[in-house]
Design a protein around this ligand. Structure first.
Ligand SMILES: *Cc1c(COP(=O)(O)O)cnc(C)c1O
Length: 224
């Protein structure tokens, strides 16, 4: 068995069976992505639309591609055409644009709302205060082709696992409050995408339903 398949097998042995794995293939070759596919992974993640589109053409059609990086409005068309899930929706304006474009392309698209839970300033996402301060019932009712399927977040890049835990706990709380107040009738609102190579066990302890891991599966990334 190759290294990638072994890494996936080891991960799946430790992961509760209900938690989904998105294998993050950014900077990896299509061959490496295919090795993950052949080991049984069907959810692949990319943070750039162009790279996602290009790799999609080289992999089997039953891969579900997750866009996990910031989406610029001029790439919405390509993102809607290529991705199954856009995890990185970070503004209402972007959400509306995605909905318009999905209507135009006559297709449904699943989205997660990305919340800014980290202490670093650079990370994208809705502010934590926008979880409470937004009428999500109204937002969801205005959408025709987008299904809001839950939330996504990236914790601070730090060795302080107690800080990371607090941030994941915040995201899980946001999820539960939103579900209770706005998505109770909505069976699709069920995902908490949190946890990466360095912090996925903590994320799972705090209620993650979907982890996004690259390095753990494919090895260290060459910086680009
Ligand atoms: C790159 C990336 C990941 C995976 O990171 P690893 O540390 O390699 O597991 C997860 N989520 C997002 C948003 C990313 O950009």
């Amino acid at each position: 068995m190759g290294k990638i398949a072994t890494n996936i097998e080891n991960l799946l042995r430790e992961l509760p069976p209900e938690v989904k794995v998105v294998a993050v293939t950014k900077t990896r070759s299509a061959e490496e992505a295919l090795e993950a596919y052949n080991a049984g992974v069907r959810l692949l993640g990319e943070n750039r639309v162009q790279e996602l589109s290009a790799k999609k053409d080289l992999l089997p059609p039953d891969v579900k591609w997750h866009l996990i990086g910031h989406l610029q409005s001029n790439k919405v068309r390509q993102a809607v055409a290529a991705a199954s899930v856009i995890e990185s929706v970070d503004s209402l304006r972007l959400l509306a644009r995605i909905d318009d474009e999905a209507v135009r392309q006559d297709q449904q698209i699943d989205c997660l709302l990305q919340f800014h839970i980290a202490s670093e300033k650079t990370k994208q996402g809705f502010g934590v205060e926008e979880a409470d301060g937004t009428n999500w019932t109204e937002v969801a009712a205005s959408l025709r082709a987008v299904r809001i399927c839950g939330v996504m977040g990236i914790a601070t890049f730090t060795d302080d696992m107690e800080q990371v835990r607090r941030e994941f706990r915040t995201l899980a709380l946001i999820f539960r409050n939103m579900r209770e107040r706005h998505f109770r009738e909505n069976e699709f609102f069920r995902e908490i995408s949190m946890g990466m190579t360095g912090d996925w066990p903590v994320a799972v302890e705090e209620g993650s339903t979907m982890i996004r891991v690259g390095t753990l599966i494919f090895g260290e990334r060459i910086k680009r």
